[in-house]
Design a protein around this ligand. Structure first.
Ligand code: SF4
Length: 359
C-alpha cells in the first residue's frame, strides 16, 4: 500500500512554501509552464458526488458531469483557496465553461483559457507555441515574474523524467503489486502532486508480485477519467485487472519528450506528439493503432469503453474503434457513467459478462 498525500495537505504545503495554486480543468495544458512560475496546478476532474445545484443554474441539462461537478465544486468550495483558474479548450463543453467563467460568472479570481489545436497539421506546433507564449505573458502579468528559458527547460525536463517513470510503471504493470484501484490512485495523484513527491512515490512502488496477477484476466479501459473509481475495484473482484488504459486523464497525457531546445516549441511538441486523443481530434487510424499497441503489450482480450454521459467527443469514435477491435478478435463493451451517481449495476453486469466471456 502506497501512502499518497491527500489533496488538501498538498495544497496547504504548497501554499506554505509560497506557491500560488491554480485550479486547472481538463485536459491538455503545459503543466511545466505553470511550475516555472511557482504556480502549483491542481486539476479539477469533477470531483464525483458533489451537490451540482450551483453548476445546474448556469449549465444546460445535457452538459457532462465533469463540467457540472467541476463548476459547482469550484464556485462552492475551491474558489476561496485557489489563486487562479485555467480552463483549456478540450471540447465544446469546456470551451463553454471557459466563456461562462470569463464573461458571465466572473469569479473573484483570475480566469485564463488555453486553446490547443484540434487537428494534426504541419502548422500546429507553431500555433500551439504561440498559444503557450500567450499564456506565458498572461502569467508574467499576473505574477510579476518572467521565468527565463533555463528555468522553463528545467521544469520541462523534470516533467519529461516523471513521464518516463510513469511509462515504465505502465510497462511493468504485470509485475507491480498493486490492485487496479491502488495503481490508478497513484497514476491520478499526478493531478495534484508536485513532480518531486510523485517521483519519490513512483520509486517506492513494489515491483515484485506477492499475489500473482497471472490468474487475473488483463483488460483495457478507455475513456476520459476512471470515475467513479469503484469500477476498478469491481473489475478486480470479477477476476480481471486493468492492464492498460486509454484514458484522457491518464495514459493519453504521458506525452514523452520534445526535441527542441526552444522551451515553447518543446512544450508544444510534447502535447501534440503525445498519444492520440479524442479531445485533440486525432484520426481514427491513430487511435486504433494506439489501442492495438496497448493490447499487444498486455495481451488483453477485451476493451471496456467507459463513457461519461453526454460526452459526444468520445462517443463519436466508438463505432469505428469497436468495429476495428472486433476485426482484431478483441471483445468490447461500452458503459455509460455519471460522476454524480454510483456505478450503475447494469453497467457492472455487462462488464462482468464480458470478463466471463474471455479466456
Ligand atoms: S467528459 Fe467529454 S464532454 Fe465532458 S469535459 Fe470531458 S471531453 Fe468534454
Amino acid at each position: 500500500m502506497i501512502e499518497i498525500p491527500k489533496r488538501s495537505e498538498v495544497i496547504k504545503k504548497q501554499k506554505d512554501e509560497g506557491k500560488l495554486i491554480a485550479a486547472v480543468f481538463p485536459i491538455h495544458y503545459p503543466k511545466e509552464l505553470l511550475r516555472a512560475f511557482n504556480i502549483h496546478p491542481v486539476e479539477v476532474w469533477g470531483p464525483p458526488l458533489v451537490d451540482t445545484k450551483t453548476g445546474n443554474a448556469h449549465l444546460q441539462p445535457y452538459i457532462c458531469s465533469i463540467v457540472k461537478c467541476g463548476l459547482s465544486f469550484l464556485l462552492d468550495e475551491a474558489i476561496g483557496t485557489v489563486d487562479m483558474v485555467l480552463v483549456p479548450h478540450g471540447c465544446d463543453s469546456l470551451q463553454g465553461l471557459g466563456s461562462l467563467l470569463l464573461d458571465f460568472i466572473k469569479p473573484e479570481k483570475p480566469v485564463m483559457v488555453f486553446y490547443p489545436p484540434r487537428e494534426k497539421r504541419s502548422c500546429d506546433v507553431g500555433f500551439l507555441e504561440k498559444e503557450i507564449k500567450r499564456l506565458y505573458h498572461q502569467l508574467c502579468q499576473l505574477t510579476g515574474y518572467s521565468p527565463d528559458e533555463e528555468r522553463l527547460l528545467k521544469e520541462i525536463e523534470k516533467e519529461e523524467a516523471l513521464e518516463e517513470s510513469l511509462l515504465k510503471l505502465y510497462e511493468n504493470r504485470k509485475e507491480v503489486t498493486l490492485s487496479s484501484l491502488e495503481f490508478y490512485r497513484l497514476i491520478r495523484a499526478r493531478e495534484y502532486l508536485d513532480a518531486d513527491t510523485l517521483m519519490n512515490l513512483l520509486k517506492s512502488v513494489p515491483q515484485k508480485k506477492q499475489t500473482p496477477l497471472t490468474n487475473s484476466k488483463p483488460v483495457i479501459l478507455s475513456g476520459i477519467v476512471p470515475e467513479p473509481m469503484d469500477i476498478l475495484e469491481k473489475i478486480d473482484e470479477m477476476g480481471a485487472y486493468v492492464a492498460a488504459d486509454d484514458f484522457a486523464s491518464c495514459r493519453r497525457r504521458v506525452y514523452g519528450k520534445g526535441e527542441s531546445r526552444n522551451p515553447f516549441t518543446r512544450m508544444a511538441e510534447r502535447i501534440l506528439n503525445g498519444p492520440p486523443d479524442s479531445t485533440k481530434g486525432s484520426s481514427f487510424d491513430e487511435r486504433i493503432a494506439f489501442i492495438e499497441s496497448l493490447i499487444r503489450r498486455c495481451s488483453a482480450k477485451a476493451v471496456i469503453f467507459h463513457n461519461i454521459k453526454f460526452c459526444e467527443t468520445e462517443e463519436f469514435y466508438h463505432p469505428i474503434l469497436k468495429r476495428a477491435l472486433k476485426e482484431m478478435g478483441v471483445k468490447t463493451v461500452e458503459v455509460e457513467v455519471d460522476l454524480n451517481e454510483r456505478m450503475p449495476q447494469q453497467a457492472l453486469t455487462r462488464i462482468n459478462a464480458l470478463i466471463e466471456s474471455i479466456e
